[in-house]
Design a binder for this molecule. Sequence first.
Ligand SMILES: [Zn+2]
Length: 844
Amino acid sequence: MATITRFLETFEPSHYDVYIDVNRGTKEISGKSTITGVAHTKPVYIHQKNMEIESVQANGNDVPFTADNKTESIKIEVPEMGETTLAITYKAPLTDSMMGIYPSYYEVNGEKKELIGTQFETTFARQAFPCVDEPAAKAKFDLAIKFDEKPGETILANMPEVREENGVHYFDTTVRMSTYLIAFAFGDLQSKKTKTKSGVEVGVFSTKAHEPKELDFALDIAKRSIEFYEDFYQTPYPLPHSWQLALPDFSAGAMENWGLVTYREAYLLLDPDNTALDTKQLVATVISHELAHQWFGDLVTMQWWDDLWLNESFANMMEYVAIDAIEPDWNVWELFQTSDVPAALQRDATDGVQSVHVNVENPAEIDALFDSAIVYAKGARMLVMMRALVGDDALRKGLKNYFAAHQYGNAKGADLWNAVGDAAGMDVASIMNTWLEQPGYPLVTAKVVDGKLTLSQQQFFIGEGKDAGRSWKIPLNSNYDAAPKIFKDKEIVLGDYEQLRKKNGKPFRVNVGNNSHFIVKYDKTLLMDILDNLDTVDSISQMGILQDLRLLAEARQMSYAAVVPLLKRFANNHSTVVNAAIYRIAYNLRKFVTPNTDEEKALKALYGQLSTEQYERLDWMPKDGESIDDQLTRPTILNAALYAENPSAQAKAHKLFEENKNDLASLSADIRIFVLRNEVKNYGSQELITDLLEQYRQSTDPSYKSDLSVAITSTKDSKMISLLIEKFEDADTIKPQDLRAWFRGVLDNSAGEQAAWDWIRNDWDWLEKTVGGDMEFTTYITVVTSVFRTPERLAEFKAFFDPKINTPGLTREITMDKSIIETRVNLIQDEKAEINAAIKKVTE
Ligand SMILES: [Zn+2]
């Protein structure tokens, strides 16, 4: 079928009547999909996957058909082209893959229960009902669902239910929409509801394993996010309701199904009385991300998956725009600076990385497109750069026009650039395309040459990189007027440095605000000028300087040995972002030291030197009325103080454990993780670990569970490590969706590295069967890559993954990851001695 690229070219649907009967007992789905549309060819092709097709009719008459799982299709011999109604009856299995229609498993008071939900992005609607499963194949849907219903169960879908007849639930006709956004769910649910100012019904739903108060935070954020977007987009929310549903089993973070958004429980539910601020920020941004999609992605959808970034990059920016507007005190853009920005800069510096916009056809490769550091983080950074360039007025005007022109339809990247460009009176497309279509980003070198201040740009690589002569149109954001607004040449001379310095009265800087996707290498004169005047530099820019030094050191453009003595200049800064940047560098130094050596002792002394004063200032317990910066910095400092083996920090952690050992969950969530981990590491008996593991199994509080998994996996006891690895495949203890965090914890523990590595190699087939075919799968390889640092491990990595390199969806990841480990191995070999000497010197 090589000639057919898109099924939409053969059949263009306009309306579906979908009837689905789900039997949880027999794990079977049966149904009928009646599709009205236009046949453009003879035969036509409709998507299906793993179905048993019983009959196909065209305009009421049986017609010949062939179902094929390899091409995920039904070839239907329609008698003629033109207006046609297809009716397809089928059976399909209900599987545990977290894709298509699938069950979530949970317990309430020891009783095992199931909740049925759906996940159709990217190409899984075709497992639920025959359809033209492509984003451009928009149609209206009438959904009718029957199931082995018990009293008190609730069913939800994209639209409100209009009637129930003979146990069949009928839902209102949808607006014109894509198949991957269809959703429904049923089970024993609890809910809380409210209404927006404009009358949209907003609800939060969960299983009854949770306390009702855990729904409150999400309800408030969802309501205010929708109100914010209606105003910002100047376009009403298009549906009667917006349901948010937490599913116990969920592969990704959340999914923007139109009107029925689904979430991991950890990203929707939280205990309002004991949850750390950073967890609240994370949950709030996930909710506002999904709700941004209700317009951007759902109302206007990418034409094809190559423009996935158009959905994700945009929602990833808007999640911060929205939360910054509704919770201004949180300074949530700082979270963007400490999470998305470093992720994008690190990943995008490796040769072979994908560009934000990528061509794609094969379904297996569509899932591999979800490279979060690129499509989400870099894409968002690209749009933040655009927003800074055009301003909010033009952005909002452009968006309003964009929604009006493409609503209930599809769009491409160029449509967005044109809409915003027209509103701004600027050629946005020509600037943005240099970022969208090219992988990587520039290093801007600023130096004084023969007395002249000059700038040049060149692609930045960590590790081997083939310079393809790329250049970018860079919004410079300099604090000197002599620098151009957009730097597009390879090199420019700004003028006489002494004169410019005198005229401006402050050190020369570019990328002020760190909103543009590039890094800067200042020569010694310029860098020392900035460092000697740090008190005049805002915290985001101080963070930017540390971030750029770290990346330059990773890329061997300077040495960590030169960075180490600079750290203490920043160490007593009270800003969250500066501290995050300091300890990211300090963390990177750990790879140069061998555990239990004098080198490690010296590094711990450096951590002590950097953290002691702040530790004494902040101490363990949150204080009433303290600043947001202090709240968010404390965990970073406690982590550092414990690594430094600060005796007071260790003793207080142990005391807090003892005082709360009968109710550990009630320990303040801001510090709980450190108390638990300190206990396991320094006082961890086998009884303690088995007890914590049982608490993990029983707890329904996602943030406590996450703390427990970090603590438990830090054990040094080899018997306990073997026990944990046994639990990896026991879904009653560790759900497959949470396994990666456990695997990372054990692998990143020097006492567990070998066992975890052996496990993933031995049980790769199990892993592939359990979480393969899923956009999260490749991230297991990324986890391994993030830990390995010796030539032996590199060789083992190659021996294991090289034979898998042609697996669809894995090729890029394996290729990049080999290069990432190799770069790290070389860096350590070449610079270890010099860096450890530098650490020793500053701590003597
Ligand atoms: Zn998204």
